[in-house]
Structure formats: C-alpha cells, structure tokens
Design a protein around this ligand. Structure first.
Ligand code: MRU
Length: 352
C-alpha cells in the first residue's frame, strides 16, 4: 500500500509514539507517550482517533503506563492495572474499541495470574501487538469484501476519516479503495470535510492524495448536490459502535448522508470490524454519544471567534445511523445484510 510511512501508532525500541493528527495535514510530528496521562490526553484530544486506532493506542498505552511500576505481588499489580484501565477507558465514550481493547488486556492479565509480574508485563505487550496484528488483518479482509461490491470507475463518497490514520493499515471504509488500487481499479472519491473537526478535509484527503487515489474535497452541505449530479455510486463510511440491531454510531453527519443516499437510491455501506460491533448494546438509543466543547464549532479553525461570545452550542461528536438506512455492513468475516439482529450475530458464531 502506497503512502503508509506515517502510521498513526508506532512502537519502536520499547517506545510508544503517536502521530499527532491534530497537526495534520501541515505537520507530521510523533509524540512519545510516557505516562497514562499522556495516553489519556492523546486519545481525548484526538491526537490519535478513529475507533480501531483508539483501541490499539489504549492496548499499548496501558502497557506503557504500567511497565515500570514497583515490584509487587499479583493482587497489587491487578489493582494498579484496573485503576489505569478505568482511567484510560474514560478518555472517550463512544468508540467501543477503547473498552474492548482494555478488556482484552485485562483478560490477558488474569490469564497469566500465576506468572511473575515481569512475565505478565511481557504477556501484555504481546497482547497489544496481537490486537494490532488482528486489526490489520481485519482491515485487509474488509477491503477484499468491500471491493466485491464495487466496480472500477465508480464515484465514492466518504465521511470523516476511516483510512489508515484511523486504524492500522488500509483503514475500514477506505480499505476497499486501497485494495482496489492494488488490483488496478480506479475510483473518484469525494470526501466530506466533516465539520467541526475536519477529519475529512485534514486527514482523508491527505492520506488518499499521498496514496495517489483521486479525491475531491466538498463541504458537508454539498453531499446532496454531488449525489443528485449522479457522481456517487456508493457510500463507504466507518463506525465507532454498532449495536446488535445494526444501528451504527459514526462521526456526526453520517446519518444525514445515509438518509440522502436512500432518497437518491445509492447504496450506503458501513465498514465495521467485529471489534466495533457491540452485541451487548441492543439498539443505537443505548449508545453514549460524546459531547464536545462548543469552541470546536466557532473558534478552533478561525483567526477570531465566528459567533457572539457566550453563544449556546450543541456539539455531539457522533450520530447514530438507523439500521434501515444501511444497505450492508462490511466486516472482516463477510458482508452482513438486514435483518442485522440475525446476520451480525451469525458473524460472531463463524469460526475464523
Ligand atoms: O472523532 P473521531 O475522529 O475519532 O471519529 C472517527 C470516526 O467517526 C470514524 O469514522 C470511525 O472511527 C471509523 S474508523 C475506522
């Protein structure tokens, strides 16, 4: 895959490095994570973002946060582990990959309870590497499955950033495009800018451009126009948490794109690794939607404030796309179609 030198998370010589995505596209700077506060801050401030990447960062992050703790017995170590786990888990609420990855790390600690603390730490690092390896394989597999729904020459609309910056290689929603590129397919991609944090403008156009995939940037409110113009043949988006009934929380604005797609008869695909499917959440109504500061709307990208001082704001970071608007869910285990209560569950029953 072209343009991959800037992985969002690097683990080199025992050091955890995070690409500071708040500085893209102008600056590519890696920050070294030393403490649990560094990791929490990097996730909370979206220096590392995108559901699978948050999970991977948390897995390495909990190892980094605890690896130099004082000598102690298993009970003491487990208590310390749980404190760090709960702390990191509080960094962002919506992407289930955060708690999913931390729970996996906890299972690893418990499984090794008879080992020495040094051996438990080694096992934690191996588990973090394994989580990353599995996510990489899942992205590649989603790319293959997703590509089976596309044809060369298609116009594709995407929202937010669900590419390699949000995962580990290939991405989720952009994986079919990267796999297609390897096989000689050509696509015309339209990227929504994705207000208010501009993940589409700053990140998706940057990574597609680097990879040599043609991309056109549009403002969010132009999505309807490009659909009506007949320029869009399929929509590919990622997901932060999918409930058991197929309702999917993704970056704010996604549900509007899905509703427009239905009106224009355009297939709307959500690319969702099974690490992002939360069968314990029955419907989208139960998903905790992160609310962020209003400054992101009226100040962050402007030289001066773009609204009267003290103005009331509402800044939900995600919305839920109802399952009825999702044509298919592309996972690493195959493509799920409605009714999702059955098809998603049967994916989990499938052997790898
Ligand atoms: O707030 P962000 O940038 O973490 O939101 C990311 C998204 O909404 C992505 O679309 C989602 O995580 C899918 S990632 C492959």
């Amino acid at each position: 895959m072209k343009g991959q030198e800037f992985a969002p998370i690097k683990f080199e010589n025992g050091k955890l490095l995070i690409l500071d995505q708040t500085k893209l596209p102008t600056t590519t700077e890696y920050l070294e994570m030393h403490t649990k506060e560094d990791v929490w801050d990097a996730i909370h401030k979206l220096r590392v973002r995108g559901a699978p990447a948050i999970g991977i960062a948390a897995a390495y992050g909990i190892y980094i946060s605890i690896k130099d703790c004082a000598e102690m017995d298993y009970e003491g170590f487990y208590t310390e582990f749980c404190l760090v786990k709960d702390y990191l888990d509080s960094a962002r609420p919506t992407a289930v990959n955060l708690s999913w990855a931390l729970s996996r790390m906890e299972k690893c600690v418990i499984k090794n309870k008879k080992a020495s603390v040094k051996e438990i730490k080694d096992a934690m690092l191996k588990e973090a590497v394994q989580i990353r390896t599995e996510e990489e394989a899942a992205c590649r597999a989603m790319g293959e499955h997703g590509l089976s729904l596309l044809k060369s020459g298609m116009g594709i609309l995407t929202h937010c950033n669900a590419g390699f910056l949000a995962t580990s290689q290939y991405g989720t929603a952009l994986a079919p495009l990267y796999v297609g590129q390897e096989k000689g397919y050509e696509f015309n991609v339209f990227a929504d800018e994705t207000r208010p944090l501009l993940q589409g403008a700053r990140l998706t156009t940057w990574e597609l451009h680097q990879a040599g995939i043609p991309v056109t940037l549009i403002c969010d409110n132009m999505a309807s126009m490009v659909m009506k113009n007949g320029w869009i043949d399929a929509i590919l988006v990622g997901c932060d948490r999918m409930a058991a009934n197929g309702d999917g929380a993704n970056k704010i604005g996604t549900s509007g794109v899905a509703i427009l797609a239905k009106e224009y008869g355009i297939p709307f695909y959500m690319c969702v690794p099974t690490s992002t499917i939360d069968l314990d959440t029955a419907t989208g109504e139960e998903i905790n939607i992160e609310l962020r500061s209003g400054e992101e709307i009226y100040q962050m990208w402007y030289e001066k404030e773009m609204a009267p001082a003290g103005i009331k704001t509402y800044n939900p970071a995600f919305d839920v796309t109802d399952a009825k608007y999702i044509t298919a869910v592309i996972t690493e285990k195959g493509i799920a179609y409605p009714p999702y209560e059955e098809s998603l569950k049967s994916l989990f029953d499938k052997k790898d």
